[in-house]
Design a protein around this ligand. Structure first.
Ligand code: FES
Length: 120
């Protein structure tokens, strides 16, 4: 029989929990790949208490990023798929499919590095 504390420890899978940290070490099925169309609208997903969006670029590569825009936390499920990344509809910042890398924030010169704030 589990104690309430053990049960809590084993059943919580959020990002700051022991089981959440362990489960994030493994691959998880998130959605059917065929459901994410090239240059189609982003697909909203919820996994282990966190919201994400999946999208496919014009080259067929799959992108998977946090739903919250790193700029001001707007939903990237509303973003426009421009083939090489998602452009947030609020301020126009664009996020690529490679680990959520910025392609080019509109207010920064080309090639400038950006450290976006974390939205939680
Ligand atoms: S909230 Fe997305 S670019 Fe500002």
């Amino acid at each position: 029989m589990l104690t309430p504390e053990e049960n809590e420890r084993l059943t919580r899978v959020g990002p700051d929990t022991p089981m959440g940290a362990m489960l994030r070490e493994y691959w998880l099925p998130a959605c059917r790949a065929a459901k994410v169309e090239a240059e189609g609208a982003p697909e909203r997903l919820r996994l282990m208490g966190e919201n994400f969006v999946a999208f496919r670029g014009s080259d067929g590569r799959l992108g998977f990023i946090a739903e919250a825009c790193p700029h001001r936390c707007a939903s990237m499920a509303l973003a426009r798929n421009e083939g090489d990344g998602l452009r947030c509809i609020f301020h126009g910042w664009k996020v690529g499919s490679t680990a959520g890398a910025w392609i080019r924030p509109p207010s920064r010169p080309s090639g400038a590095s950006v450290s976006p704030p974390m939205c939680r």
